[in-house]
Design a protein around this ligand. Structure first.
Ligand code: PLP
Length: 362
């Protein structure tokens, strides 16, 4: 099998796995302690959580704190509901870009009828979008998960600040690939997109931003209740440290695979800007392509139709629609994603399979 779905999730880095093992049990059986217990085993676990927190914090700007959550969806819900629905009272409107992930989009719809900030045909959000005076929160992602485009977070944050609103940046697809987004008050990331384990995410909160907890029951994580998994924290921390260390090397590999992929898929249309993007994400389309048939004909290649979350819903992706594609064009799109452990030979072999299967469709 060839894995080309790095936007859905990434393999666990061996370094992250090694960092986790000791805290699942440990050779001497002392790794399983509760990091919130005051005894020695608890303090050992707490020290590992503290180290992980520092390692994850290094991915964010200075002047804030890191709160571990179960995943990025939870971090995003905490940030959005915890600032907009304070004490059960709606503080104002929510504005989101037209291409936000369902984690933001569905939460915004659940809270309110959000203001939607448009994007251009390249998939870049409009920095001059109108923000109503009562906007309480603006949500702008760093990198889109479906088409890979990089968003002007700092400029939109400046507009939001002028309107008196807070800014949440979903940096799930940008973390470990780009420097931390500037200007945001809250930033959400997820371990499993940066070669860490599934089941843990983080919300970075700028000092002074007040958030209502959403899960009560001890507030072990200050804004969030529930016993932390030392192993997941340790794996996340190791993955974050490695991502920072390997940022340039990972980027160089991604760019060289991007160049090769463009050659291989010559004649296919690329969705989204070719320049302002994550070059580990290739969203392409071919008129008339039956993507469901293609996926079933290419069972040994792991890739995606649009985003993993939208796949299977049958509805054309809201991201592809937002950049002006017709329903038919959106439905003839596939997404290929590569990363640290991808080899050019695998990309070439996968492209051959996909291109042959597409050609069979006539
Ligand atoms: N935001 C973006 C841009 C994503 O790509 C994803 C996952 O695909 C999420 C949020 C949700 O992340 P998690 O799986 O950690 O809840």
């Amino acid at each position: 099998m060839i894995y080309l779905d790095y936007q859905a999730t990434t393999p666990l880095a061996p370094e992250a796995r090694d960092a986790m093992l000791k805290w699942l049990d440990g050779p001497d059986g002392t790794g399983f302690g509760n990091p919130h217990s005051p005894h020695r085993m608890g303090r050992m676990a707490a020290a590992a959580v503290d180290l992980a927190r520092d390692q994850v914090a290094a991915l964010f700007p200075p002047g804030g704190s890191v709160h571990f959550t179960g995943n990025a969806c939870e971090a995003i819900n905490l940030a959005m509901r915890g600032t907009v629905m304070k004490g059960g009272q709606k503080q104002g409107r929510v504005a989101i870009s037209a291409i936000e992930h369902a984690a933001v989009r569905d939460t915004a719809m659940a809270i309110d009828d959000p203001v939607i900030m448009p994007v251009d045909r390249d998939g870049i959000a409009d920095t001059h979008a109108n923000l109503p005076g009562d906007t309480a929160l603006v949500c702008i992602m760093q990198v889109n998960n479906e088409i890979g485009t990089v968003q002007p977070v700092a400029q939109i944050a400046e507009r939001a600040r002028e309107a008196g609103a807070l800014v949440l940046c979903d940096a799930v697809q940008g973390a470990g690939k780009f420097a931390a987004p500037g200007g945001a008050d809250m930033i959400a990331i997820s371990a499993h997109k940066i070669y860490g384990p599934k089941g843990i995410g983080a919300l970075w909160v700028r000092d002074g931003v007040d958030i209502d907890p959403q899960i009560t029951g001890g507030l072990q994580e200050r804004l969030r209740s529930g016993t932390l998994s030392t192993a997941l924290c340790a794996g996340f921390g190791a993955a974050a440290a490695l991502a920072a260390e390997r940022l340039e090397a990972d980027k160089a590999l991604a760019s060289s695979l991007w160049d090769r992929a463009l050659d291989l898929f010559e004649g296919w249309e690329v969705n989204g800007s070719r320049e302002l993007r994550n070059h580990a994400n290739l969203s392409i389309r071919k008129d008339g392509l039956d993507v469901a048939r293609l996926m079933s004909d290419c069972r040994d290649v792991m890739f995606s139709a649009g985003s993993a979350c939208a796949s299977g819903s049958g509805k054309p992706s809201h991201v592809l629609k937002a950049i002006g594609l017709s329903d038919a064009q959106a439905k003839s799109t596939i997404r290929l994603g590569w990363g640290r452990y991808s080899a050019v030979e695998d990309l070439e072999a996968a492209a051959k399979v996909i291109i042959n299967a597409a050609a069979q469709q006539g």
